[in-house]
Design a binder for this molecule. Structure first.
Ligand SMILES: *Cc1c(COP(=O)(O)O)cnc(C)c1O
Length: 425
C-alpha cells in the first residue's frame, strides 16, 4: 500500500472508531474519500497534492473562495490583538460589523445580534419573534432547511430529520413553498412569525415564484406576524444581489445570516432585525446572549468579508457568471434529457435536477474522479447543486461543465450496462 493510501486508511479507521462510521462510508462512496489538506481560492488539495475544483463551495460558505488573503490578514491581525471578547467592555469590532450590515441590509434591519452558526441564528430569531409579538406559533414551508438544533428542526421541512426528535417545539405548521392561499389559511392571531428561505437551498434549489414573497410580506403585515427571511445560504451576494429578498424588493422583519459571513475563514452567524423587533431587548438586554458569539475574531472576518464583497462587486459577478453558467447547464439538460430533468437557480446558487435519484451518486463520484467537487442538496438527493466561490473564473466554470458532461456520459454507460464493476463503483 502506498503511504498515501495508508494515510487514508488510518483516518478512515479513526472515523470508524472515534467519529462516525457511516459518515466515513458515505464520504468514500462519493469518490471523495481522500484527506483534505490545503485550500486556496476555488481549489482544494488532498494529502497527496491532488487538486480539486470546488464547485460545492461549502454550501455557500466559500463565497470569497478559500483563504481569501484579506480575510486571513484581518483575522491574523485580530488574533494577535484580542481574539475573544472579555464580555464586559464595549466591542468596537462587533459594533462596526453591526453598523456595516445595517448599511447594506434591506429596509430598516438596523440591529444585529451575532452568534456562531446558521441554526443558532434561526433559534435566536424565533425567540425574538416570540418576544416582539407576544405570540407563540410559527409557520414554515415544506422542504425548508433551517438547521439541526431543535428549534431549527422544528421549522425545517424534511420529515426524516425531524421525526426521530419529536416532540419538537409545538405550534409549528408547514405549508407548501410558493402557496399563498395555504399560508393565508394558517397564519392567525397566535402566529409570531413566518420563516422561509427566499430560495430553498437544501430543499433542492427552488426559487420563490414571482409575487410570492410580496404576498408573504402582505399576509404577515395584515395578521401582525413577523416575516423571517432565512438568508443563511442565499445571503451576501450568492444569488446576484447582496440579499436574495432584494430580487423581489421585500423587506423582512428579521433576517438571518451565517455561511458566507465569515469569509470562509471564521464561523459567524447573525440575526438582523428592525427597531420594532429589537424592542424585545428593552429592559432585558441579556435575554439572549452567547459566550462566543460576536467574538472580535469572527467580526474581523465579517468586516473584511463585507469590504471585499462590495469593493469587488461580487454580487454582480455572481449574477453575470451565474446567468452564463445556468445557460450552459440548460444546454447540458437539453442534450441529456434521459438523465437531466431541469437546471434552475439564481446567481451562483444553481441546481441540476436529475430524472432519477440513483444517477446522483454516480455523477458526483464521476465528477470527483475528474477532480471536480459537486454535491447534492441535503433534503433532495435528486438535485446536484453548484455553489462555487463568487470569484470563480469562466475558465473554471468551463472545466466544471466538461467534467459534468463526461460524468453524465459515463453514468449513462454504467446504467445501460446495468452492472457496476467494483473498480468503478
Ligand atoms: C446551512 C443552513 C442553515 C444552518 O446553518 P448551520 O451553520 O449549518 O447551522 C440554516 N438555514 C439555511 C437556509 C441553511 O442553508
Amino acid at each position: 500500500m502506498s503511504t498515501g493510501k495508508q494515510a487514508v486508511h488510518e483516518i478512515a479507521r479513526l472515523y470508524r472508531d472515534h467519529v462516525n462510521p457511516d459518515l466515513a462510508r458515505v464520504i468514500r462512496i462519493t469518490g471523495l474519500g481522500t484527506l483534505e489538506d490545503q485550500a486556496e481560492g476555488v481549489r482544494v488539495w488532498d494529502h497527496e497534492g491532488v487538486e480539486y475544483l470546488d464547485m460545492a463551495g461549502g454550501y455557500g460558505m466559500f463565497s470569497l473562495g478559500h483563504r481569501h488573503p484579506e480575510v486571513v490578514q484581518a483575522v491574523a491581525d485580530q488574533l494577535h490583538r484580542m481574539p475573544m471578547s472579555a464580555k464586559v467592555f464595549l466591542s468596537p469590532v462587533m459594533a462596526r460589523l453591526a453598523a456595516a450590515l445595517a448599511e447594506i441590509a434591506p429596509g430598516d434591519l438596523q440591529y444585529a445580534f451575532f452568534c456562531n452558526s446558521g441554526t443558532e441564528a434561526v433559534e435566536g430569531a424565533l425567540k425574538l419573534a416570540r418576544l416582539a409579538t407576544g405570540r407563540t406559533n410559527f409557520v414554515a414551508t415544506h422542504g425548508a432547511f433551517h438547521g439541526k438544533s431543535t428549534g431549527g428542526l422544528a421549522v425545517s421541512g424534511r420529515p426524516g430529520y425531524r421525526e426521530p426528535f419529536q416532540p419538537l417545539m409545538p405550534g409549528v405548521e408547514h405549508v407548501p413553498f410558493g402557496d399563498l392561499e395555504a399560508l393565508e389559511q394558517v397564519v392567525g392571531p397566535e402566529t409570531a412569525g413566518v420563516i422561509l428561505e427566499p430560495i430553498q437551498g437544501e430543499g433542492g434549489i427552488h426559487l420563490a415564484p414571482d409575487g410570492y414573497l410580496q404576498g408573504v410580506r402582505e399576509i404577515c403585515t395584515s395578521k401582525g406576524a413577523l416575516m423571517v427571511a432565512d438568508e443563511v445560504q442565499t445571503g451576501l451576494g450568492r444569488t446576484g444581489r447582496m440579499f436574495a429578498v432584494q430580487h423581489w424588493e421585500v423587506e423582512p422583519d428579521l433576517l438571518v445570516l451565517a455561511k458566507a459571513l465569515g469569509g470562509g475563514v471564521m464561523p459567524i452567524g447573525a440575526i438582523l432585525g428592525t427597531p420594532e423587533v429589537w424592542k424585545a431587548f428593552r429592559g432585558r438586554p441579556l435575554i439572549h446572549t452567547s459566550t462566543f458569539g460576536g467574538s472580535p475574531l469572527a467580526c474581523a472576518a465579517g468586516l473584511a468579508t463585507l469590504q471585499v464583497l462590495s469593493r469587488d462587486r461580487l454580487p454582480e459577478r455572481a449574477a453575470a457568471e451565474g446567468a452564463w453558467f445556468l445557460g450552459r447547464l440548460r444546454e447540458v439538460v437539453a442534450r441529456n434529457p434521459d438523465i437531466c430533468a431541469e437546471a434552475r437557480g439564481l446567481g451562483l446558487m444553481l441546481g441540476l435536477e436529475l430524472t432519477e435519484e440513483r444517477f446522483g451518486g454516480s455523477i458526483i463520484s464521476e465528477m470527483a474522479h475528474r477532480r471536480v467537487i459537486a454535491v447534492y442538496t441535503l433534503n433532495q438527493p435528486r438535485v446536484i447543486r453548484f455553489e462555487p466561490p463568487l470569484t470563480v473564473s469562466r475558465q473554471d466554470l468551463e472545466l466544471a461543465l466538461e467534467a459534468l458532461e463526461a460524468s453524465i456520459l459515463r453514468t449513462r454507460e454504467v446504467f445501460s450496462l446495468s452492472t457496476i464493476s467494483p473498480q468503478e463503483a
